[in-house]
Design a protein around this ligand. Sequence first.
Ligand code: SPD
Length: 279
Amino acid sequence: MGLWYEETFGDQVRLGLRAKETLFSGQSAYQKVEVIDTVGFGRVLIIDGVFMTSEYDEFLYHEMLAHPALTTAPSIERVLVIGGGDGGTVREVLRHPDVKHCTMIEIDELVVEVSKRYLPGIGTAWDDPRLDLRFIDAIEYVSESEDDEFDVVLLDGTDPVGPGAMLFDESFYRGCKRMLTESGVMALQSQSPLLMMEVFVETQHKLRKLFSEVHPYLGPVPLYGTGTWSWTWCSDTGEPLRPIQERQDAIVAGSKAYNADLHQALFALPSYVTRALKL
Ligand code: SPD
């Protein structure tokens, strides 16, 4: 039978991966960090028992978090990534030639160290000179930051438990908005509209209080075992369905999933979601 590693969602559902071996297991000041090698998903990063990313399907998550915002924001010179210690999100950000500077804020140095060592195919942009990686609590960073500092803010947090829970607070979103330029765009992972409908809907309501344009979009991330995952595009100006073609052209050939048609399709919502959001 071999060894199975299982993630349990809310004591209701379990997703199991057949593991070949544990490559790393350690405890930081914040959380338990593990990397296992699996038969079906390749190497998988796990934090506090929750599957974070896998070699097999990470592109489905990271490309969707980064490119809808980065192809639609009027300017993308200065980008902030909060979380994302595996490096997949900053890798996608830095594929855009128009990005001049990318600040990445990660609370847990161990996640980055372990990802560099065991997941080198995911974090391929650590040495990019445009990257400014800082190990600091996002709440502290946001509260001390200047206004209007970034063109794009991307939130690559965990589930709303443990140290990542505060990244779902309205006050935190307000702080992120303050750091955005007037025409800036924020995008965030916003959980599953199926298994985590309550958090998904609450998140949309919090964002709608702050931004005039709030557009959830959906796609599959098999590792999260919930069928459909969501991200949300937010801004006070513009809208997500008008990508800048030169920006798309610059990244589509090197993307595994993202392309111009998919960009449009991502924002088509099924009725159970529009009804839940009263759209
Ligand atoms: N259910 C797990 C959700 C995790 C979302 N963030 C993943 C980080 C990948 N960079």
